[in-house]
Structures are given as structure tokens and as C-alpha cells.
Design a protein around this ligand. Structure first.
Ligand code: ADP
Length: 526
């Protein structure tokens, strides 16, 4: 075995993701950093314990002689071990690529082919026999067929290096990799922490899967504030009594998640929700909180701070706005504020001129030190959203063109009001209907496909697909097409209804008439 090259040197303490998050290991080593729910009890990992676990993993990663920038895919939910592993990767300049264990194998393989990780580490399940595939757990990292060592080209990890890549739904039919640098993530964390939501001793219940940047937001908010992150096991989130039990047992003082995590508890066990006396803050993200449910939550738990957290993976989040308690009856759109500290949101009309008048809709452009570096392997898509400062293009500064529309209220703060393009949120998860459509078109029997969003029976946004089959032998059923989608995409992306039709309606431009398809769904439901 060739000698292991020395790990790359690092500099500028506090500028790396792991250094920032482990700062409390110096000041509060015995405070909880991760509080897990296990068999009805809490399992606490202190900051000291987390740092030691991260150091052990980092020493093991060194055995593989990876260079700065080589990716490590992590197939796991949020756990103390997964947090230690992402910190270990960061300390060695190895971008981590988090993937949820629920991700269908085909989609995971697509992400793997795109990210080309040197290592692909699974918390559970079958890692397979591919080179670089292995497991991580309490006993360390085990990779039966280690990757071939490459010559090290990099000497130091710098703040501009990639901390992580998160794959989201993409219009091209492939998941799109958002590349974030250490500098951007730490800048985001600093801006968020300056808002002062949590402090030492708090516990932040985290409900997003590790593959969504909101889990990293939770980890940053908690650890960066000297508080603990308390991951809610994914399987228990779907059961309101179990979800609330996890919050009680882990003594969560704050919870972050998409609005729909509260729906079942509000409907079926409001008394238990009202009895969560340790809960002081609820952050919600990803989509608008239905106002009826939000007011219900306020009535049950008056005094709990409700924070509307707006943003996209490309900047982790852009703003945090506190919901007035109680929310006045006349409010129809929640404020998203004006960007968190260190950022500035510009509202532009379609001609690129700033919108000044109250109530006029424009597109939001985000100026922030926390923007993504770009989309992985897609310079064209990057240039389409990281654009020259519309106010002063000569400066070379780039802003994020969000694609999100908003207007200003009388208080000067912004109100989100939809997308410029077709991107939608399904139960808080970002979906490009075009990606679902392409998947359907990849089926050998499908000739045409259209995907529309509609309001499902539970009041949530749902996807419905209309499909025209080709001339081949008939026999493909609607359920086969849904199953075909589920093989390569998470459940929220697969259309809940697939209909086989003779033809798709077209509008007078000759384009598929999505409005008529939606109207059809409403008629059928009536
Ligand atoms: P994240 O995982 O950061 O929510 P995604 O990249 O999955 O972000 O989706 C981002 C999109 O979700 C935004 O561009 C916006 O359209 C929508 N969105 C995010 N937060 C909110 C919010 N608080 N209110 C309304 N829409 C939101």
C-alpha cells in the first residue's frame, strides 16, 4: 500500500463549515449538540462527543488519500453520526452530497453518475459492491473496495472550496446540483444567527431530510448558537401522536419544517399540541403556511414565535420574518421581510426597473454573501440565475435571480406571490413538473405527457399527469406509469393521479392547454 499523503493544511479558523459549527465544543463542551429520539428516550451527544466523533471519522477518511474537492456521498437521515461525518468531510475539504435513504435507487444512481463521488457511504441498507461504496456507523467507516488513490493536486482547504452539493429537481429532467462553498454557508449561518432565534441550551427539532438544505439550516442554527439539533425520525413524522411525542421526549424548544408537518396534529390532536409547553419557536419554510392553520396554531400556543423562512437551495434561505401574534384577520399574504442580515432583496419589473409602488408585483433578485457557487456541471443554467447586478452591471457582482414573485406591503416588507416559471412546491418539496413529464416520456409506451398541479382532497397541492400512449400494443395501465415514476423519483414527485387520454388539449398557440387539463380535474372531482 503506498504511503498515505499528509492531509491538506487548513487556515483561517472559523471560516470552514465544521470549524464554525464546532466552535461551541470549546466554549460549551458538555452541552448537548445532537439529541436523538431512540426507543421512547432521548440520546444525547455533547459538543465534545460530536467533535471527537468527527475527528475519528476524519482520521478514517485520511486513509483513502482523497484530494480537496473529491465528493463523499452520504446516504442517511440526520443523526449524530451523520452530523459527525459531514463535519469530518468538511474538515478535509471533501464536499458532501447528502442523499435521503428514501430516494429510489435509480435517482440515487443518477445523482451518483453526476457527482462522481470518491466514496458513497450508507448509514443503513445495502451499499452494494461498487468501488468506493461502504458504510458508516458507530464503529467507523468501512469500504470493502476503496477507491484508487489519485495524485493530490491541492495543498490547502480554502473558504471558497465546496462544502456540499445538494441535488434538487431540475427542468432538464435530471436532478440539479447546487454547489455551496464554505464561505457562503458560514456567511448564511452568521446572518441567520444574528437574528437571535435560538440560544445556548435550546433544542431545535429538525424535520427535513438530510438531503434538503433545510436540515443543514437546522444544524447550523442549533450548533452555531451553542444549541442542540433534535432530528425527528422520518417514519414518526407522519404520525401526529408520535411526532409530538418525539418533540416532548427530546424537549424541543424550536421546530423547523414545512407547514404540512403540523396539519395532522392541528386536525386530530390539538390538545396535545397545546400542551407542548416547552415549544417557544416554530420556523416554517418551503411554501406558504395556509393562514387558517397558522391562526389555529397561534390560538393553541399563543406566545410561540412563528418565523416565516423564505428562500431557495441556491442561497439556503434569504429571509426570516416573524409572524405577528395574533395575525390580524385582514392579512391575506404573510410577510417574508426584506432579506436576512447581510442580504438585500431587489424587486424588479419585467423590464428590469426597480418596483417601488406598494402592491405591484415584481421578481426578487437576491444580493447576498451566501449565494451558491453554481450548478454542478451546468454553466449555462448557472449563468441563467447568477446574473450581473441589474443596477450596476459594471461591478461584476452577481445576484441570484430567484424566479419568485413578490409585492411590497404598506410596511415596505415583501409578500411572496408565486413563481415566474412552472416550479411548484409539493408538501414543501420543490418539483419541476417538466422533470416529471420527461420521466413519463421516457416510458416506451408513452407518446405525449403533461403534468399539472391541482388542489387535492386534503387541500394540499398534488400533481396529476395526463398521458397519451403510442401505437404499440396496448396494456400499459395508469398504475404502471405511476410505478414507473416511483422507480426514479421520491414519492412527492410522482403524480398522485395518472390518466391515459386519447389526446392532450391545445390552446390557440398550439401548446398543451394546462388550464383546460386543470379544469378537467375540477369537473371530475365535482
Ligand atoms: P428550500 O429547500 O430552501 O425550501 P427549494 O430550493 O426546495 O428551497 O425551494 C425554493 C422555493 O420554494 C422558493 O424559490 C419559493 O418558490 C418556495 N418557498 C420557499 N420558502 C417559502 C416561503 N416561506 N413561502 C413561500 N414560498 C417559499
Amino acid at each position: 500500500m503506498p504511503a498515505t499523503p499528509a492531509p491538506a493544511v487548513t487556515h483561517r479558523p472559523d471560516e470552514r463549515f465544521d470549524e464554525f459549527l464546532l466552535a461551541a465544543a470549546e466554549t460549551h463542551p458538555d452541552h448537548p449538540a445532537v439529541v436523538e429520539y431512540a426507543d421512547g428516550a432521548e440520546r444525547v451527544t455533547t459538543f465534545r462527543g460530536l467533535r471527537e466523533a468527527a475527528e475519528r471519522y476524519a482520521a478514517e477518511l485520511d486513509r483513502y488519500g482523497l484530494d480537496v474537492g473529491e465528493r463523499v456521498m452520504i446516504v442517511s437521515d440526520t443523526s449524530a453520526e451523520a452530523v459527525a461525518l459531514v463535519l469530518a468531510c468538511s474538515s478535509r475539504g471533501l464536499p458532501f452530497v447528502p442523499v435521503s435513504p428514501e430516494t429510489p435507487a435509480e435517482r440515487r444512481e443518477t445523482i451518483e453518475r453526476s457527482a462522481e463521488p470518491a466514496l458513497c457511504l450508507f448509514a443503513d441498507g445495502e451499499p452494494g459492491t461498487a468501488v468506493g461504496h461502504g458504510r458508516f456507523g458507530p464503529d467507523g467507516i468501512e469500504v470493502p473496495l476503496p477507491p484508487v488513490r489519485r495524485e493530490r493536486r491541492r495543498r490547502a482547504v480554502t473558504p471558497g472550496d465546496t462544502a456540499y452539493i445538494i441535488f434538487t429537481s431540475g427542468t432538464t429532467g435530471r436532478p440539479k446540483g447546487v454547489v455551496m462553498s464554505h464561505r457562503s454557508v458560514v456567511a448564511f449561518y452568521r446572518g441567520m444567527i444574528a437574528e437571535g432565534f435560538v440560544s445556548v441550551g435550546d433544542r431545535v427539532g429538525s424535520t427535513s431530510p438530510l438531503q434538503f438544505d433545510f436540515s443543514l439550516l437546522d444544524i447550523g442554527m442549533a450548533l452555531g448558537s451553542g444549541a442542540a439539533v433534535a432530528p425527528v425520525p422520518r417514519a414518526l413524522l407522519r404520525w401526529p401522536t408520535r411526532f409530538l411525542k418525539v418533540l416532548r421526549v427530546t424537549r424541543a424548544t424550536h421546530v423547523n419544517g414545512v407547514p404540512s408537518i403540523w396539519r395532522q396534529s392541528l386536525r386530530h390532536i390539538p390538545d396535545q399540541l397545546a400542551a407542548l409547553t416547552e415549544l417557544r419557536g416554530v420556523l416554517f419554510c418551503g411554501e406558504e403556511f395556509p393562514l387558517g392553520e397558522l391562526r389555529h396554531l397561534q390560538r393553541l400556543r399563543p406566545g410561540v414565535r412563528l418565523i416565516n423562512c423564505y428562500g431557495a437551495t441556491e442561497s439556503m434561505a434569504a429571509s426570516f420574518a416573524e409572524v405577528p401574534d395574533p395575525l390580524p384577520d385582514e392579512v391575506t399574504h404573510l410577510s417574508i421581510g426584506n432579506g436576512h442580515r447581510g442580504t438585500d432583496i431587489l424587486l424588479l419589473d419585467p423590464e428590469g426597473a426597480p418596483v417601488r409602488e406598494e402592491g405591484v408585483v415584481g421578481e426578487m433578485y437576491l444580493r447576498s454573501p451566501a449565494l451558491m457557487t453554481g450548478y454542478w456541471g451546468d454553466a449555462g443554467a448557472t449563468d441563467a440565475v447568477l446574473v450581473a447586478d441589474p443596477l450596476e452591471p459594471r461591478s461584476g457582482q452577481r445576484l441570484l435571480r430567484t424566479g419568485d414573485l413578490a409585492f411590497r406591503g404598506a410596511d415596505g416588507a415583501l409578500r411572496f406571490c408565486g413563481r415566474r416559471d412552472s416550479q411548484v412546491q409539493i408538501r414543501g418539496n420543490r418539483v419541476e413538473p417538466a422533470e416529471v413529464q420527461r420521466r413519463l416520456l421516457a416510458h416506451p409506451d408513452v407518446r405525449e405527457a403533461a403534468v399539472v398541479v391541482y388542489e387535492g382532497p386534503a387541500g394540499d397541492a398534488e400533481l396529476s399527469a395526463f398521458v397519451v400512449l403510442g401505437d404499440g400494443p396496448a396494456g400499459t395501465a395508469e398504475s404502471d406509469l405511476r410505478a414507473f415514476c416511483l422507480r426514479s423519483m421520491p414519492a412527492y414527485m410522482a403524480p398522485s393521479v395518472v390518466r391515459i387520454v386519447g389526446s392532450l388539449p391545445v390552446n390557440h398557440h398550439g401548446k398543451t392547454d394546462h388550464r383546460r387539463l386543470r379544469a378537467q380535474l375540477v369537473t371530475d372531482a365535482a
